[in-house]
Design a protein around this ligand. Structure first.
Ligand SMILES: *[C@@H]1O[C@H](CO)[C@@H](O)[C@H](O)[C@H]1NC(C)=O
Length: 221
């Protein structure tokens, strides 16, 4: 994820390449980074390659289409993002390529990037990781994983940190997620500790792919 330096680099790259998406987004006032829109926090990050058209919509909604990106991720939610029950709905088109639809967030101390994956495209993010347990939430089974990122972009700059994962076996686009249940079960079954709540968003991510999504999230608490 994006550090300030990475962000400046991404924006500079966009300005020097007229076809790059961040410039188009800048023209509409949405630039890579974070902010608040219609009462919700949003985060939008791209490594600057390819084309991303991210638009905040009413309440907790956003629409996005992306084309030939290397990596982008964005969504709407809350900051800070303590445990809460959420509902989301909308559409997500992965064009049979590599993309995630996930409740996504960060904590600090320890620095953790976490995903509750509702659906993925061609790449299962748990590939190669060993399963630490299972969670039942809203009628579905999620498998728990941990992976490690070494010297990668994060909310505090380049760092080494763990990623915690819940991956839903039955992919879906729309439903409720009890995030506190996942956090508790990560700790109980996998000894996966979280730190101070940073942001939590209902995110779409694309990796070396094209796709589109129109997603809305709201709190049930
Ligand atoms: C989500 O559901 C609400 C209520 O039915 C609807 O008004 C809204 O348009 C939906 N949002 C999306 C992104 O589909």
């Amino acid at each position: 994820m994006v550090s300030f330096t990475t962000l400046v680099t991404a924006v500079a790259a966009a300005v020097s390449t007229v076809t790059a998406s961040p410039l188009e987004a800048l023209k509409r006032g949405i630039q890579p980074g974070t902010g608040y829109h219609d009462g919700y926090f949003y985060s939008y990050w791209t490594d600057g390659r390819g084309w991303v058209d991210f638009n905040n919509g009413p309440r907790g909604s956003y629409s996005v289409s992306w084309s030939n990106v290397n990596n982008w991720v964005g969504g709407k939610g809350w900051n800070p993002g303590p445990p809460r029950r959420i509902a989301y709905n909308g559409t997500w088109n992965n064009y049979n390529q590599n993309s995630y639809l996930a409740l996504y967030g960060w904590t600090t101390n320890p620095l953790v990037e976490y995903y509750i994956v509702e659906a993925f495209g061609t790449w299962n993010p748990s590939t190669g990781a060993s399963r630490l347990g299972t969670i039942e939430d809203d009628g579905g089974i999620y498998d728990i994983y941990r992976t490690r990122r070494v010297n990668q972009p994060s909310i505090i700059g380049t760092a080494t940190f763990d990623q915690y994962w819940s991956v839903r076996r039955q992919k879906r686009v729309g439903g409720n997620i009890d995030t506190g249940k996942h956090f508790n079960e990560w700790r109980r079954q996998g000894n996966l500790q979280l730190g101070q709540w940073n942001y939590m968003v209902m995110a779409t991510e694309g990796y070396q792919s094209s796709g589109s999504a129109n997603i809305e999230v709201r709190s049930l608490d």
